[in-house]
Design a protein around this ligand. Structure first.
Ligand code: SAH
Length: 254
């Protein structure tokens, strides 16, 4: 989109991937290296920020659960302000900016303000975390379909389309599902999923601290509580989870 004069800056909405900096795109690295300002969320790993030159300004925008350092409107306004000052701004988000990243909302503000922008996709958690956990999201024997859903439950109660989540031969990937995990497992079983359906919860996927806990819908809430898993965690539900034992290739701390 070319809407502004050459004198104005540009905002690059860049996906930082799930953690391992090796998963950054070439485009992301090149943009980071020439950025004037980098506005980043808490999910962006320290190794990714190593690509930001010392001369660039870093602004932490927060976004931890219940702790929004900058409110979304403030972030939107900040991006517009920096671009109008002529800066090359990298708006860095974990994973892919257009998957549960509110990237669309930020770009709408920029478009509405006539600011020039570009979107650089990143490896989304579903893809990166499942790869590093050795869990293929589709497999001819187990799943012909894969759904990405948010487990961030509104007002503590679930408003997901449960019947669609319990269909056979599919994999369900749940972002932001750690706190709601007990209710999610309960609801899936109440809507007809077998209590023995395999499920994995992966903490810090693709990072040295990666932890994978596997179980079934029936025992997972207890296992995750016992393991003391902390955010960020990705939940993968479906028969494909069985492949983890065989395909577990990533030795984070090795
Ligand atoms: N835009 C991001 C998702 C943001 S929502 C993307 O495309 O990946 C934040 C959620 O993503 C977390 O609650 C968690 O469910 C998931 N997530 C992101 N990075 C992760 C990681 N390294 N390990 C496990 N889950 C991760």
């Amino acid at each position: 989109m070319q809407t502004s004069s050459p004198a104005t800056g540009r905002v690059y909405l860049v996906g930082a991937g799930p953690g391992d900096p090796e998963l950054l795109t070439l485009r992301a690295v090149r943009l980071l290296e020439k950025a004037d300002v980098v506005v980043y969320d808490n999910l962006v790993s320290p190794g990714v920020l190593d690509f930001v030159p010392a001369t660039a300004k870093r602004i932490y925008a927060g976004k931890r659960r219940n702790e929004h350092t900058l409110r979304q409107e403030q972030i939107n306004a900040l991006l517009v302000k920096l671009a109008l000052q002529g800066k090359q701004v990298v708006r860095l988000k974990g994973g892919d900016p257009f998957i549960f990243g509110r990237g669309g909302e930020e770009m709408q503000t920029l478009a509405g303000s006539g600011v020039d922008f570009e979107v650089v996709p990143g490896v989304t958690a579903a893809s990166g975390v499942s790869s590093y956990a050795g869990i293929p999201l589709t497999h001819r024997d187990y799943a012909q379909c894969c759904m990405f859903v948010t487990g961030h439950l509104k007002d503590g109660s679930a408003d997901l389309d449960w019947p669609s989540l319990v269909r056979l031969n599919q994999t369900v990937v749940i972002y932001m599902g750690l706190n709601g995990l007990p209710e999610i497992c309960q609801q899936l079983m109440a809507h007809g999923a077998l209590p023995s359906l395999p499920i994995a919860v992966v903490q810090d996927g693709s990072m040295k601290s990666q932890k994978v806990v596997t179980g079934t819908l029936a025992d997972m809430a207890q296992k995750v509580a016992q393991a003391g898993l902390k955010s960020p965690c990705l939940t993968i539900i479906g028969e494909v989870v069985k492949l983890h034992d065989e395909l577990d290739w990533f030795k984070g701390n090795a």
